[in-house]
Design a protein around this ligand. Structure first.
Ligand code: COI
Length: 365
């Protein structure tokens, strides 16, 4: 696609800025900033009218297609305020590319990647005062595309809206970086090859809800998803990618069409390879992991995602058996990975791969 990097983004500022929450009260995705980014698509006209406007409800006809058939994609990335007062986005380009990849999977017309990246910068610059200041907090950015045809026929839409909203956030899990308990399920599946598993689309999250509810009722925090065919190989954990260290080998399931190409997953694999670890992107069965848990070679297990960064697993349940990992403590490698990613995000550590980009906004340390 040709670059629309020069397309002007208009900015209309709110007349009624909202109260900004205290950093200490921040949870995940409960309060939203003063502005949002909008852009429209119409067949024949393409994507047009990129703009920052005051945050307000989207008014929709009840027959709008996204409400019925879920033609919707989203992504999630974060902006961090460093001690130097600079605001940095983490891997904005990769998130922009992934949003387009999700669009392709749902028959949504792609956007210009530069323009997507600029939409992130524009909304963060407009709401820069909303980027919280306490370490551990950040501004979560949620770009989303929805189908806007008003009709009940099942067909890719001819009109879409792209919007970006932002939420100042604290820790994703109320436990913070503490080991969680996960339950492997062989009764529910999240995705199958040829389906939507690698797209960040509403349907995958809807498909996860009943298993998640069952896991919570059984006292667990998250579901460990197994593959949809043999119900044998590990796919993902909750809404995150999964990794484990068995002996000297760090293992994560391969990108084979059913799991999300996580940006944190990719960053962590890069760091592990930089540090000289043996890393395998390979199929790993639940039986192999349970056996490693029994014989003591399962050293660490953790989930990776933008929201939580790294989430250690302290207990794994499967078919009535429970395996404790690291005696319920966060593993050394898990903690090192968390600290390293977070150090780069806040501009405290070197960023050899150029993952962060500074948002041009007034510096208000
Ligand atoms: C993430 O880990 O960033 C996620 O995808 C979770 C999000 C859906 C809340």
């Amino acid at each position: 696609m040709t670059s629309q990097n020069e397309t002007p983004i208009s900015v209309t500022r709110t007349q009624r800025p909202g109260p900004r929450p205290d950093d200490a009260t921040l949870a995940f995705g409960k309060v939203f900033t003063d502005h949002m980014f909008l852009m429209d698509y119409e067949e024949g006209k393409g994507w047009h009218d990129p703009r920052v406007v005051p945050y307000e409800p989207l008014v929709m006809d009840p027959a709008t297609s996204v409400l019925h058939y879920g033609q919707a994609v989203f992504d999630g990335l974060k902006a961090f305020r460093g001690k130097d007062g600079q605001i940095r986005l983490f891997r904005a380009q990769r998130h922009a590319e992934r949003l387009n990849k999700s669009c392709r999977a749902l028959c949504i017309p792609e956007m210009d990647v530069d323009l997507i990246r600029r939409s992130f910068e524009a909304i963060v610059a407009a709401d820069h005062e909303w980027v919280p200041r306490t370490r551990g907090t950040s501004l979560y950015i949620r770009p989303t595309v929805i189908a806007r045809d008003v009709m009940l026929g099942v067909h890719p839409a001819h009109r879409y809206t792209y919007f970006v909203i932002c939420s100042p956030v604290g820790a994703y899990y109320k436990e913070g970086v503490k080991p969680v308990r996960i339950l492997a399920t062989d009764t529910h599946v999240r995705a199958v090859q040829g389906g939507l598993g690698e797209a960040k689309t509403a349907a995958n999250y809807a498909a996860s809800l009943s298993a998640q509810q069952e896991a919570e009722r059984a006292g667990y925090t998250q579901v460990l998803w197994l593959d949809g065919v043999e119900r044998k190989y590990i796919d993902e954990v909750g809404t995150m990618n999964i990794m484990m260290q068995i002996g000297e080998e760090v293992i994560t399931p391969p990108l084979a069409g059913t799991i999300l190409d996580g940006v944190t997953r990719n960053s962590i694999l890069q760091l592990l390879r930089d540090w000289g670890h043996t890393v395998s992107e390979r199929r790993v069965s639940i039986d192999e992991v349970m056996q490693a848990g029994r014989d003591g070679t399962l050293r660490e297990m953790w989930g990776t995602g933008t929201a939580a960064v790294v989430s250690p697993v302290g207990e794994l349940g499967y078919k009535g058996e429970k395996i404790s990992i690291g005696n319920g403590h966060t593993g050394i490698l898990t903690q090192k990975l968390y600290d390293s990613i977070v150090g780069i995000q806040y501009g405290e550590a070197a960023d050899p791969h150029g993952w962060t980009s500074v948002v041009k906004a007034p510096v208000t340390a």
